[in-house]
Design a protein around this ligand. Sequence first.
Ligand SMILES: *[C@@H]1O[C@H](CO)[C@@H](O)[C@H](O)[C@H]1NC(C)=O
Ligand SMILES: *[C@@H]1O[C@H](CO)[C@@H](O)[C@H](O)[C@H]1NC(C)=O
Ligand SMILES: *[C@@H]1O[C@H](CO)[C@@H](O)[C@H](O)[C@H]1NC(C)=O
Ligand SMILES: *[C@@H]1O[C@H](CO)[C@@H](O)[C@H](O)[C@H]1NC(C)=O
Ligand SMILES: *[C@@H]1O[C@H](CO)[C@@H](O)[C@H](O)[C@H]1NC(C)=O
Ligand SMILES: *[C@@H]1O[C@H](CO)[C@@H](O)[C@H](O)[C@H]1NC(C)=O
Ligand SMILES: *[C@@H]1O[C@H](CO)[C@@H](O)[C@H](O)[C@H]1NC(C)=O
Length: 551
Amino acid sequence: MLDNRDLEAEIYPLKNEERKSQENLGNPSKDEDNLKSTPPQSQLSRCRTVAFFLSLFLCLFVVFVVSFVIPCPDRPASQRTWRIDYNAAVTYDFLAVDDINEDRIRDILFLYKNTNSSNNFSQSCVDEGFSSPCTFAAALSGANGSTLWERPVAQDVAFVECAVPRPRGSEAPPSCILVGRPGSFTAVNFVTGETQWHHASSFSRNASILSPLLQVPDVDSDGVPDLLILTQEQEEVSGHLYSGRNGDQIGLRGSLGVDGESGLLLHVTRTGAHYILFPCASSLCSWSLKGLYEKVTGRDGPFKKDPLWESMFNTTTHRTLSHSSGAVRYLMHVPGNAGTDVFLVGSEACVLLDGQKLTHRWPPRAAHVLRKPIFGHYKPDTLAVVIENGTGADRQILFLDLSTGDILRSLALPSLPGGPLSTSLPTADHRSAFFFWGLHEPGSTSEMETGEARHSLYMFHPTLPHVLLELANISTHIVAFDAVLFEPSRHAAYVLLTGPANSEAPGLVSVIKHKVFAVDLLVLEMGMGTQCRTEDQRRWSSAQPQSYLSR
Ligand SMILES: *[C@@H]1O[C@H](CO)[C@@H](O)[C@H](O)[C@H]1NC(C)=O
Ligand SMILES: *[C@@H]1O[C@H](CO)[C@@H](O)[C@H](O)[C@H]1NC(C)=O
Ligand SMILES: *[C@@H]1O[C@H](CO)[C@@H](O)[C@H](O)[C@H]1NC(C)=O
Ligand SMILES: *[C@@H]1O[C@H](CO)[C@@H](O)[C@H](O)[C@H]1NC(C)=O
Ligand SMILES: *[C@@H]1O[C@H](CO)[C@@H](O)[C@H](O)[C@H]1NC(C)=O
Ligand SMILES: *[C@@H]1O[C@H](CO)[C@@H](O)[C@H](O)[C@H]1NC(C)=O
Ligand SMILES: *[C@@H]1O[C@H](CO)[C@@H](O)[C@H](O)[C@H]1NC(C)=O
């Protein structure tokens, strides 16, 4: 998300072409000057002159053809918009992207549950030993939505995450961990859909898994980082360690003796000690990986403790004294000057904590944040955090400068309950485009009352800080949403996964990709691209009347 070198090419190809054509024109004219200064004396030089003008003409002709006659070259056939429907299905809040078919356009992985696989892959639940209905994983081409692979992966899925350890520096394909219901624990190769390993899960039936899965340094000496999963059952958090290579459990379940919530961070202090940080019973808890490893395996591990951290957290409750931010809701890592800092969102305020001393980097900023913040660049190359202050009709979107805590911009954007989370994408000018879901036609609260409310997707870019462009509006239930760079430096789109809100009532599940034109905004802004006026730009202009100006 913080990769800010992307989207550049959409602008620069034009620039480069211009520069090239200028060079082509420039060099011959220099020759021309030289020619004039030496008067033609012989037949030979006349021939040379003719040859020179001929080649100059040819050169100009080629430049002319390339820049004006031949239309802008089409990128590898990638459809602007596609939509794939699955009937009588339910889906999960999960979308992953990666280039699966090596066409340099990223592809989409998602999960759905229905009786039959709806495409032509003639796979059924029974083939994999599940009863119908079961959960399928499907990979769709980012270019046109065609199915790349599809297969049953579990009876039902309780938890999925695509962050499986890979040997350092290896080109091993990415894979995803699925925790199934009832108890299965599977790693699936993202590229082929093959099962890499499968175990009966060791989690108890009632345990819920705290996200995310954590990758810990290799403890079983097989060269692959290992996996740490924390579960919560009856107000007690337990740790489970698994080999990153084959999913074998390392040691036994280790109880942490505290309550906890999702939003785990594996934090490495400046002294190189590993600590798990998590919100617990409204405060901030930490457990050293060393302590957990000893608890799970009964042996001493390759980890150490940090004396400062040991003194900051109560050794029996593993908690710190309450911060001025209220109950802890979210913890996020932020790159700092001297290592990684921690952004803490509480029920009353949010604050940036120093990654070693946990002191405030700036005074807590009072806000009622109920949803996970996102990061992006409001000013070029300066990281900002975007928080939502309040919900519903009072929602206010605040851009905070992470280095100072100052408010860069505040947008009033009413929201509907259950709207998808915001997201951001880097743009060519080292800033970010931000995507927010809000109420269609803000101000008309009647929509909210009649129950016909539509979610609208708005795009915001800091170069036009007073414009919120409405990209789409939708009344169906959105299960998952993301904005994705389908091709590095060129092709950004949003992906919507819609389906029934109730997993017991199957209905129409759709995956929709729609290209966004953030880039065209920048191209127009900088006065470039006058030759290649694409349809996208026309769309941008025609879309403008639908945008609304915020105060
Ligand atoms: C699933 O496929 C089987 C055979 O291919 C068919 O008999 C059944 O009606 C299908 N079920 C659904 C819900 O489409
Ligand atoms: C499967 O593919 C074949 C040929 O590609 C096509 O004729 C057939 O209708 C397809 N079946 C389904 C169920 O999509
Ligand atoms: C869809 O795109 C893929 C490349 O991503 C290509 O191989 C395939 O032929 C395309 N399918 C259709 C129906 O256009
Ligand atoms: C799971 O929870 C249910 C109800 O909450 C309870 O009856 C059952 O005993 C629990 N099972 C286990 C293994 O703890
Ligand atoms: C840690 O917490 C326990 C229980 O709240 C308390 O009794 C104990 O005094 C605390 N220890 C320190 C060092 O603050
Ligand atoms: C957040 O909203 C509350 C009122 O809902 C307001 O008092 C507070 O100042 C806002 N926070 C910021 C940082 O604007
Ligand atoms: C929003 O929805 C209305 C219909 O309710 C439609 O006319 C309009 O084109 C939509 N706007 C966008 C940007 O899709």
